[in-house]
Design a protein around this ligand. Structure first.
Ligand SMILES: Cc1cc2nc3c(=O)[nH]c(=O)nc-3n(C[C@H](O)[C@H](O)[C@H](O)COP(=O)(O)OP(=O)(O)OC[C@H]3O[C@@H](n4cnc5c(N)ncnc54)[C@H](O)[C@@H]3O)c2cc1C
Length: 459
């Protein structure tokens, strides 16, 4: 019996996409013109479906690739004609928002932006927030341990996950949907599924930790002339805004210049002549007071010479516009036909020097046409989008070599938040030692001995 017939015993025919219908499916939201290669796409509607599907795949040595919102930047959701795709898109129910315990329980296919909005309607905050929130699913965010704009205040996704339910490669369901912040009863098994990029299990449900929704949100944009001043400003804000500082993001000059050029709809709030641009977010409970406090700190920073110029968003629309300059990275990716994305981690104090060195080395390579650094500097995470006119493998490798050799020399990481996927696994050894990689392989082998779940990712 062919495997599709076996799947029909679990889910109905409308939940199995195959043949010509695969032409309307794709492996990434930015590659909608490339048809998906796969035996079929399965759309389970509950955990039992996922479990039964995995039992069939396990018995038949069938390789499976998991699809969430398809926003990853490491080629993690690519598949081939001998693989089955399981998409979690139909498992999109919010099960409960518990206002007293400040927790949210949901299925893994809910879009992140929908979760953020549902929490806000209940006067609560889900601090997980990044540019792809309109498409990324919570299961994808958990599986990649996503970061984003508020990590230095609230931590990565890992810090927000209280419980998970996941299906192992052999179909067994491991359910631990507790709403507890503290639970030291043995191994913390949910950590196996967080950040392991779907190589150890399919996340089907999640319990998330929520916070009180701040009633005021303010945004400022400042121009600076040196990286030392970026560090001074960060310290000054952390000291004086205390717990209210919730975002501190950095754009280098070339990146800002492109984001506010005539080709985009973004206002040039500050002239494009500063070396650095810092985006500041402060959240609190009293708009008037919070505004004047931020204004005072900005004036003080101007007097002390940390910043050269600054603007505070006057209303919601202006704040959204300012954050658009930081978040709308597709503008940078669209600059050239081919692009390479990096999300590296470097100790915060070394960022200025290391990024200058990488930029100088990249500029010497005539195949590199655009270099756009930006990032979540307060937690040491910098992104690079490199634009090229050719997608030739040798050029890609040369660019990787420049960036990763510089990361290795400062004991940084080749992936701060996007993960390894297929695209970066060759370079895992730049940041993880032999013993670490051996232990990862042992873990994978013991949970997925047939290597059927997201094979080839990470390792
Ligand atoms: C414009 C833009 C901005 C971004 N900004 C950020 C950012 O600031 N911070 C950040 O961390 N990332 C960022 N990303 C990357 C991406 O959005 C995240 O990695 C996100 O968490 C992926 O979620 P997804 O649902 O799209 O997962 P997918 O891309 O579908 O999958 C990602 C990986 O998780 C696996 N997977 C998906 N769902 C499940 C599941 N339920 N169970 C097990 N495995 C699963 C997949 O097989 C794959 O290996 C950005 C991407 C874009 C396009």
């Amino acid at each position: 019996m062919d495997i599709i017939k076996k799947f029909r015993n679990v889910i109905d025919d409308t939940s199995i996409i195959k043949g010509n219908d695969l032409k309307s499916r794709f492996y990434h939201i930015w590659k909608t013109d490339i048809s998906l290669e796969s035996i079929c796409v399965l759309l389970p509607r509950n955990t039992k479906h996922v479990s039964e599907i995995m039992k069939i795949c396990y018995e038949n040595d069938q390789e499976v690739v998991i699809h969430g919102g398809l926003t990853n930047l490491v080629g993690a959701t690519k598949s081939n004609n001998s693989q089955v795709v399981i998409s979690l898109e139909k498992m999109d129910k919010i099960i409960e928002i518990d206002k007293e315990s400040k927790t949210l329980t949901c299925e893994s296919g809910v879009i992140l932006g929908d979760l953020i909005n549902a929490c806000e309607e209940n006067d609560l905050l889900l601090p997980l927030n990044f540019g792809a929130r309109g498409s990324a699913q919570i299961g994808g965010a958990v599986s990649t341990n996503a970061g984003g704009l508020r990590v230095f205040k609230y931590g990565m996704t890992r810090n927000l996950v209280l419980g998970t339910e996941a299906v192992l490669p052999n179909g067994k369901v491991i359910s631990s949907l507790k709403k507890l912040i503290k639970d030291n009863s043995g191994y913390d098994l949910k950590q196996i599924f967080i950040g392991s990029e779907g190589t150890l299990g399919i996340v089907t449900k999640v319990v998330l930790r929520l916070y009180e929704l701040p009633s005021s949100r303010l945004t400022a944009l400042s121009g600076l002339n040196s990286y030392d001043n970026v560090l001074r400003l960060l310290k000054h804000l952390e000291k004086n805004l205390a717990g209210n500082l919730s975002g501190f993001e950095l754009l280098w000059n070339e990146t800002y210049k492109t984001m506010v050029s005539e080709k985009t709809n973004y206002n040039k709030y500050l002239p494009d002549t500063h070396k650095y641009y810092v985006f500041i977010e402060s959240t609190g409970s009293d708009y008037e007071n919070d505004y004047s406090k931020l204004e005072d700190i900005i004036s003080d920073s101007l007097e002390k010479g940390y910043i050269e110029d600054a603007v505070i968003g006057k209303n919601d629309k202006e704040q959204r516009n300012i954050w658009g300059i930081r978040e709308d990275v597709s503008v940078l990716a669209d600059e050239r036909k081919h692009d390479q994305h990096f999300d590296i981690s470097i100790p915060t104090s070394s960022i200025g020097v290391v990024i200058d060195k990488i930029t100088t080395e990249l500029k010497k390579n005539e195949d590199v046409k655009t270099i756009f650094p930006f990032g979540h500097v307060a937690d040491g995470n910098i992104h690079f989008i490199i634009g090229k006119d050719s997608g030739e493998d040798s050029i890609t490798k040369e660019v990787n070599k420049i960036i990763y050799s510089n990361i290795e020399s400062v004991n940084g990481s080749i992936s701060a938040e996007h993960g390894i996927g297929l695209d970066k696994k060759e370079y895992l050894k730049c940041t993880r030692n032999k013993e670490e990689i051996e232990l990862m392989k042992l873990l994978k082998k013991s949970i997925d001995p047939k290597n059927i779940l997201n094979p080839g990712r990470i390792l």
